[in-house]
Design a protein around this ligand. Sequence first.
Ligand SMILES: C[C@@](CO)(OP(=O)(O)O)[C@H](O)COP(=O)(O)OP(=O)(O)OC[C@H]1O[C@@H](n2ccc(N)nc2=O)[C@H](O)[C@@H]1O
Ligand SMILES: Nc1ncnc2c1ncn2[C@@H]1O[C@H](COP(=O)(O)OP(=O)(O)O)[C@@H](O)[C@H]1O
Length: 291
Amino acid sequence: MITALYDLLAPAKLNLFLHVIGRRADGYHLLQSVFRLIDWCDTLHLELRRNGQISRSDLGPALPADDLCLRAARALQTASGTPLGVHISIDKKVPWGAGLGGGSSDAATTLIGLNRLWRLDWSREQLATLALQLGADVPFFVGGRNAWVEGIGEKLTPIELPGAAYAVVKPEVAIPTAAIFSSPLLSRDTSPAIVADFLADTKSFGKNDLQRSAQAHSAEVSQALSLLEHHVGASRMSGSGSAVFACAGLAPGASAKSEGWQQVLATLPQTWTARWCHGLDDHPLSGWSKD
Ligand SMILES: C[C@@](CO)(OP(=O)(O)O)[C@H](O)COP(=O)(O)OP(=O)(O)OC[C@H]1O[C@@H](n2ccc(N)nc2=O)[C@H](O)[C@@H]1O
Ligand SMILES: Nc1ncnc2c1ncn2[C@@H]1O[C@H](COP(=O)(O)OP(=O)(O)O)[C@@H](O)[C@H]1O
């Protein structure tokens, strides 16, 4: 029997564009977006606890007491009825309040890992249904493929994306997703698009409808967009912010040694984070599911 799984990667995502096309009766917003996995990852270790207890320790910065990994583990334990438990250690590298989906990805990696550790043999579809109860972004990370995303995040159509490098800057400010969705500045009526519209121009299609509200929430978002725009190229916010990115070109041509990126690093405020990322084709654990 497996008793521990080490170094499970939980990759972040970028929203290459994000349109708000309507609202559901329960207040949740209907979106269209393309989610792209990137190689900025947290690392999780899962150790079996035969007494059924679920616990966590933080190898990096401290997380909220009731973080998404614990919630994911408890939800799967209850839904599956397993008598087993787990100790989860997290090395947190992806900033939160960033629109990079780090917490959602941690939750998805926990579900995928525990499905193996606890020998549940759930299908990816079953895990995705449970994932949606944890957060709108979580099913995407369980799906494990770059995707055209609709609904509130649960309608996923896998798409192939060209390899690409992204210059990503996270200002100091952390933005709560709920604050951006409830902003009076938010427009909720962008016309629906089809996948072909995006595929015709994967580098600059669409916009991020949440950006205006996030810029009003914090001037740092505008500063970060300008910094990238000036040194790298067209910039855009990811998710509900505050992280912003610029597609620095198709890999492997784009280089972190470029003068523009070096300028970004040299002029960045000390409390901000910046990272040169590469787009991934799929989640590092995507081979673990049988379907
Ligand atoms: C905006 C997006 C785009 O990728 O990402 P992030 O910026 O969080 O990464 C997501 O849709 C966020 O997903 P996630 O972060 O899982 O959101 P949740 O925890 O489910 O929701 C937080 C709050 O945001 C609002 N919310 C979220 C998603 C959605 N489609 N409509 C909403 O109105 C709701 O008020 C909800 O209470
Ligand atoms: N494991 C986790 N990692 C990061 N944030 C978490 C985690 N668990 C719970 N959270 C909470 O969820 C919020 C959103 O986290 P995350 O998914 O990383 O965000 P976003 O994509 O909106 O930046 C954070 O502000 C934090 O309070």
